[in-house]
Design a protein around this ligand. Sequence first.
Ligand SMILES: Nc1ncnc2c1ncn2[C@@H]1O[C@H](COP(=O)(O)OP(=O)(O)OP(=O)(O)O)[C@@H](O)[C@H]1O
Ligand SMILES: [Mg+2]
Length: 257
Amino acid sequence: MPQDNIIEVHDLHKAFGTKVVLDGANLNIKRGESMVIIGGSGTGKSVLIKHIIGLLTPDSGQVLVDGVEVGTLGEDGLNEFRRKFGMLFQGAALFDSFTIGENVGFALKEHTNLPKRDIEKIVTEKLNVVGLYNVENLKPAELSGGMKKRAGLARAIAMDPQIILYDEPTTGLDPVMCDQINELILSIQKKVGATAVTITHDMVSANKIADSIAMLYKGKFVAVGTPEEVLYSTVPEVAEFCYIGKVIRQTEGIQGR
Ligand SMILES: Nc1ncnc2c1ncn2[C@@H]1O[C@H](COP(=O)(O)OP(=O)(O)OP(=O)(O)O)[C@@H](O)[C@H]1O
Ligand SMILES: [Mg+2]
């Protein structure tokens, strides 16, 4: 039976040497929702999503995805498990020596037996979804920052994932491009019905795409709820961090989606 929560984080602890990063983090993410994770630089947001995808193992606590405890999966199990995910890494992280087409088709080539022609067809289709045309043979260096993000997005959705993790998808982009990326995240979520988990510092983006917002602070989630609940929180550290987000929400008169 499908779980209501596609992702559950239970009392997650992670330290690097003496530096405690996650200190009892708890979070539930519902199937199909768009969850936005906010929090100061260096609070462990990227570390958290690396636990979700099994790139890091907890010191203690658990991450469950579809009811499966990620930390218990072996190498083979993890490879299979990761097919559920699409990931847009912080900074897009395309392979510089590969063409855009090869970048987007990478997982399809590695993890499926599809013939080259079919892979090329899917690559073009996914590039078109993110608004890129005739860029298959270009190298990442030939693309603008916004186009690289889009290419990263096309790569993230190449395998039709159930869960898409976006690590700061709008950082470094101009406002128009940010808006286009936000629209893409929403339309992909709608089209594919995937669960979206987005880390962002961009409060315009958080207001636009979130069903739920969770704020990480000193190793724990100190606020989780609807955008209204979190942005209008009176808990001092949350209110301070979310002040801009609240103003944007008020001035734009956003009433949820
Ligand atoms: N592999 C690692 N080894 C040692 N320390 C690490 C490692 N990965 C992350 N850290 C440390 O963990 C802390 C949290 O890092 P993380 O990248 O999760 O922050 P973040 O919340 O994503 O920040 P930002 O908003 O700047 O991206 C930082 O102090 C970082 O230096
Ligand atoms: Mg980060």
